[in-house]
Ligand binder design. Structure first.
Ligand code: MG
Length: 307
């Protein structure tokens, strides 16, 4: 039994990391624009609220097209807010009448960001994301969930071959597992030496979209499934089951591959439920694409024992 597991939001709680990124976004944007941090904070909340009220239209759009939606996790919401900032700065009429003053300040923020030398607002949001998560690591060590070590032990005892496939870098994941005493090594250091350990495939680029227009429709949104880097990882691992907390990033492609009848596609798709999980993926199971919803790693182990 091979499980391909996402990392952030399955083995960790992303909320404290997202808070660190939010705080840094407020501080840096205030510093660059010269506007008060309290004003920037209020504006970013308004931008995030706008994206969250229209999640099918806003999200993390690294190449200009939405890869994951604003309502799927708190880190994605930060990128979605930056994307609304860019839109309103370029076209104040895109903002509702009640937010015209916010839109005017978005122009100030964006000009200051670009003057600082960032290639785009998205590049700025990415830079803040990386700096914010690094600051979190430096301060707190790790955001691994309590019970992660026991869960890893149970999975290994069940004989599950766990491959962690994540957009996060391998170094971070291996470091966090090591701090918790969880045996893990890179997939690139996989060896037939009988060692019981988890394997990690980092920087998997699940968010990277290809040129293709292949998509699935779920909850009135169009989810693009031409994801060349993620498909390569799934093909290489040929897992029996996949678990992730963000449907668009983790499960939409495996669902499409399974529907297409690829022989290396997973049989079972599992959503890791969190406090932020939207109803359309958790309760409604993405129109039936999700086979199981688990609430925590203990619940996941119970499920794995039955598969
Ligand atoms: Mg995740």
């Amino acid at each position: 039994m091979k499980l391909l597991s996402d990392f952030d939001g399955v083995w960790t709680d992303p909320e404290p990391e997202a808070s660190a990124v939010r705080r840094l976004m407020v501080a840096r944007t205030s510093e660059l624009s010269g506007l008060a941090a309290s004003q920037v904070d209020a504006d970013l909340r308004e931008l995030a609220g706008y994206a969250l009220a229209r999640p099918a239209e806003h999200g993390w759009s690294p190449g200009g097209r939405i890869s994951a939606f604003a309502d799927e996790d708190p880190l994605i919401l930060g990128n979605a807010a930056a994307e609304v900032m860019r839109r309103w700065a370029g076209d104040a009429a895109a903002a509702p009448d009640s937010a015209r003053e916010v839109a005017a300040r978005c122009r100030v923020y964006c000009e200051a960001i670009l003057d600082e030398g960032f290639a785009s607002i998205d590049a700025y949001a990415d830079a803040v994301f990386h700096a914010g998560t690094s600051a979190f690591r430096a301060e707190h060590g790790s955001a691994l969930l309590p019970g992660a070590a026991e869960a890893a032990e149970r999975m290994l005892a069940l004989g599950v071959d766990v491959v962690v496939v994540s957009n996060s870098g391998e170094e971070k994941i291996l470091d966090w597992f090591e701090r918790a005493g969880i045996p893990a090594r890179s997939v690139h250091a996989r060896a037939d030496d009988g060692a019981r350990c988890l394997h990690v495939r980092g920087s998997a680029g699940k968010f990277v979209l290809g040129e293709g227009e292949d998509s699935i429709s779920v909850a009135e949104r169009r989810i693009l499934v031409d994801r060349p880097k993620y498909v390569a990882a799934i093909r290489a691992e040929a897992p029996d089951a996949v678990i992730g907390d963000v449907f668009s990033l983790d499960l939409a492609l495996p669902h499409a591959l399974r529907s297409r009848g690829e022989r290396w596609a997973p049989r079972t798709l599992v959503l890791a439920k969190n406090s932020y999980t939207p109803g359309w993926s958790g309760v409604e199971r993405a129109g039936g694409a999700v086979d199981h919803v688990v609430d925590g790693l203990g619940d996941l182990c119970d499920l794995l024992a039955t598969l």
